[in-house]
Design a protein around this ligand. Structure first.
Ligand SMILES: [Zn+2]
Ligand SMILES: [Zn+2]
Length: 393
């Protein structure tokens, strides 16, 4: 993945991702390259069409925010073959000379092979027409927007990960808003039977702890995890765990967006406000990006969630809605968020390994029955039942 500014500057000028990385590793900068003679640039591996772009003699570079968004929306992968191994180049669907159009709609991420095809001069053999490119790009970008939510749930099921917290009201609101049939959800009948919700699916209000009583807790957990899953299947969630870089985040995330961030969080108790709530401030701070949110620990899904996982410093995954993004005078980007759910960490989500692993193996990308939840371990809530950290690290 290319988050380095030198690589981005080169890609904005038509250089493919592999060459951009190689030159950056060789300590080249755009300024140094621009001092070179064209022959030297060809020697370094630039193609003849790219040389004038580097030297600033043909078109202006693609603006950084458009470049970043286009690459992210396509996962740095060619929209035609989707082969994650191949270097990519950002291509103008309608050529710059013709269109003077740097907008995302006119840009496609292509591997070198398909880029070659798109530029093929054998008009009769031209299979990668502008229309076909647009269609491939639309389908791939749609698929990409589905990858993160699927992976978050797939990982939950595969690794017997646990949701430690739900923001019950907000999850319900989002589910309703996106048209989820609440009373058709798996787990609804059980939750209703155990008095956890009413016949319209609304949570029965309770003072203090939300998860009390084993049968009620289990049915509520199942109901809520299915509700959350259904809700985010209809929305776009971006896993930004490995993109906590203030240079790209404020381009990628706008207020109202749902994001998933896995990493180390610090939880600090807030003074009691007299309402009986157990308010906590959650905070993650890394690379001059600070994410903060406030939640009620009483909504933790179990005793161990409340007494262990939502205390102190923990490695967890949080599903958040970004409310406000603000950069302070020192350059730190502050993201004020609402937390929708908190779960145990899963290494694959941190580094997006599922791109090349789960996704390519076909494990992600189709519906999986929630058998794992049926096997939900009722003993996990026992007070002496210490959770094995190695399972979740
Ligand atoms: Zn390709
Ligand atoms: Zn091109």
């Amino acid at each position: 993945m290319t988050r380095n500014p030198v690589e981005r500057a080169l890609m904005a000028r038509g250089v493919d991702s592999a060459l951009a990385r190689k030159l950056r590793e060789e300590k080249w900068t755009l300024a140094k390259l621009q001092l070179q003679r064209p022959e030297k640039l060809l020697e370094l591996g630039f193609t003849e069409s790219v040389v004038p772009k580097i030297l600033g003699k043909s078109r202006p570079p693609i603006p950084p925010d458009v470049l970043i968004k286009t690459l992210y929306d396509n996962r740095w992968v060619c929209c035609v073959c989707r082969d994650a191994e191949r270097p990519v180049v950002v291509h103008h669907i309608k050529s710059w000379a013709e269109s003077r159009d740097h907008s995302p709609a006119n840009l496609a991420v292509l591997c070198s092979i398909h880029h070659g095809e798109a530029h093929s001069t054998h008009a009769l053999e031209l299979t990668l027409t502008a229309d076909r490119l647009k269609a491939e790009k639309a389908v791939w970008e749609q698929d990409v927007s589905r990858l993160d939510p699927l992976a978050i749930f797939k990982a939950t099921q595969l690794m017997s990960c646990q949701w430690w917290y739900f923001n019950h009201l907000r999850v319900f609101e989002i589910a309703e808003h996106v048209g989820v049939e609440i009373t058709q959800l798996k787990g609804f009948q059980g939750a209703l039977r155990n008095g956890a919700c009413d016949d319209e699916g609304y949570l029965c209000s309770s003072e203090g702890l939300v998860y009390v009583g084993q049968a009620r807790s289990l049915s509520l957990y199942r109901y809520m995890s299915n509700m959350l899953k259904a809700a985010i299947e209809h929305t776009c969630v971006r896993n930004i765990s490995d993109d906590l870089d203030r240079g790209t985040l404020d381009i990628l995330v706008t207020p109202g967006d749902l994001v998933f961030v896995q990493g180390s969080y610090h939880f600090a108790d807030m003074p009691p406000d007299g309402s009986g709530a157990d308010m906590v401030r959650g905070r993650r701070s890394v690379n001059k990006v600070e994410i903060t949110f406030v939640f009620d620990r009483n909504e933790g899904t179990s005793g161990s969630a409340r007494s262990e996982w939502l205390l102190g410093v923990r490695s967890l995954g949080c599903l958040l809605r970004a409310n406000k993004l603000e950069r302070d005078l020192k350059g730190t980007l502050h993201i004020e968020a609402t937390v929708l759910a908190i779960r145990s960490a899963h290494e694959e989500l941190k580094t997006r390994m599922y791109e090349i692993g789960l996704y390519q193996s076909g494990l992600i990308g189709h519906e999986v029955e929630d058998e794992e939840l049926e096997d939900f371990d009722p003993d996990y809530d026992e007070d002496d039942g210490r959770i094995d950290d190695s399972l979740y690290s």
